[in-house]
Design a protein around this ligand. Structure first.
Ligand code: NDP
Length: 302
């Protein structure tokens, strides 16, 4: 079974619309999201554009602030403080990565926890760790939605998460634990990674290495969630990674996206899996919208 992220994204967006209406009816204004995009990173520009576009599509207020790459930590802190103080802004997102001169930790700490719609503030990380309600990091929260909406059981399953980043791996593991999976977290120092992964009923790859997870990592019948997004631009890599029938696509486009799992192996062995693109990717922005609406609901509740 192919887990269609676009379909679930559309469901989540459809559920957002009436909630936006309710906020407007109650508060006289839509939920507001402010995205701070520092400098001109082309990938970040694409992400930010689709975030504000989706906000507008749902009838929300989406605002982008674009300070120059040369901005100092102090100046960026001032921008964040200003957004913290504005009542019509419910969600603040500082697009990562930030330029090297910026102290990213100080910036994340400065965002008011109730407006931290990325769920990266240590206060909200703490809420997740103790299982209390709060904004959850969007990508792993999207994975949980995908599993639930396809009725794939999590409780009691062996879940293996490869990757321990603060953005994906760690919160993914905590969310699976909260759903009562038995969770193992792997990283670059894990011994016998294929063997550990082969014990997984649910295998989540969040590594950032194209097609690193191959047939010997996948238990037949496992559910495989591929969070990775990698661009393949060399034909030799494409030949190694893709089935021969995809090579014509590669030749036509000059590049192809691949996740952290070798697509043919995943399709052959998994009982259910997320394709790349069209699996986990579409859910991240939908969950960001949901987090922003939930923040607006909390902040405007009488
Ligand atoms: P990071 O680089 O922050 O983390 C990668 C993790 O993978 C680290 O914990 C690292 O281990 C581990 N790792 C690296 N190499 C190996 C290895 N050889 N064996 C085992 N573990 C390894 O990446 P992110 O978590 O930010 O992102 C992961 C992937 O997900 C990327 O491809 C990214 O593009 C994608 N992504 C997709 C999103 C979406 O919306 N679909 C959103 C966010 C990310 P260690 O800690 O030991 O170094």
């Amino acid at each position: 079974m192919i887990l269609d992220g676009n379909r679930i994204r559309d469901q989540i967006k459809a559920e957002c619309r009436p909630r936006v209406e309710q906020v407007i009816a109650r508060a006289g204004r839509p939920p507001g999201l402010a995205v701070v995009l520092v400098g001109n990173n082309p990938a970040s520009e694409v992400y930010v554009r689709s975030k504000t576009k989706t906000a507008a599509e749902l009838g929300m207020r989406g605002e982008t602030l674009t300070p120059p790459a040369s901005i100092s930590t102090e100046e960026l802190l001032e921008i964040v403080e200003c957004l913290n103080a504005r009542p019509e802004i419910d969600g603040i997102l500082v697009q990562l990565p930030l330029p090297p001169q910026i102290d990213s930790q100080r910036i994340l700490l400065a965002i008011a926890p109730e407006k931290d719609v990325d769920g990266f503030h240590p206060y909200n990380v703490g809420l997740l760790a103790i299982g209390r309600e709060g904004p959850r990091p969007c990508t792993p929260a999207g994975v949980i939605q995908l599993l639930k909406r396809y009725d794939l059981p999590i409780a009691g399953k062996n879940a293996v998460v490869v990757g321990r980043s603060d953005i994906v791996g760690k919160p993914m593991a905590l969310l699976l634990l909260q759903e009562n999976a038995t969770v193992t977290i792997c990283h670059s120092k894990t011994r016998d990674l294929p063997g550990v992964c082969r014990a997984a009923d649910i295998l989540v790859a969040a590594i950032g290495r194209p097609a690193m997870v191959t047939a010997d990592f996948i238990k037949p019948g496992a559910v495989v969630i591929d969070v990775g997004i990698n661009k393949i631009e060399k034909r030799a890599d494409a030949e190694r990674i893709f089935e021969p029938e995809r090579l014509a696509d590669f030749d036509r486009r000059g590049s192809l996206l691949v996740g952290d799992v070798r697509p043919g192996d995943m399709a052959r062995l998994a009982s259910a899996y997320t394709p790349v693109p069209g699996g986990v990717g579409p859910l991240t922005i939908a969950m960001l919208m949901r987090n922003t609406i939930e923040s607006a609901e909390r902040r405007t509740a009488s």
